[in-house]
Design a protein. Structure first.
Length: 75
């Protein structure tokens, strides 16, 4: 029997999936925004893709929204 190992940046996907997700990126070829999702749903989706702990997603999402509002207020 042969064993196959898959790694991302020398990190095993079998033993360290959270760390693997933190090292992955997302580079859409066209539009990164899905018209069927709300802004909050987009932030949640990207947080999960990056490996943010489920318990922290609401806090991170709120922080991003506040930052965006501050940027808009400066325009």
């Amino acid at each position: 029997m042969s064993l196959t190992m898959c790694c991302v940046c020398v990190v095993s996907i079998l033993s360290s999936m959270v760390e693997v997700r933190q090292r992955l990126g997302y580079c859409p070829q066209f539009d990164a925004v899905c018209s069927l999702l709300t802004a909050s749903e987009h932030l949640t989706m990207y947080a999960r893709l990056r490996g943010i702990a489920e318990k922290d997603i609401a806090t991170v999402s709120y922080s991003c929204k506040c930052s965006a509002l501050l940027l808009l207020a400066c325009i």
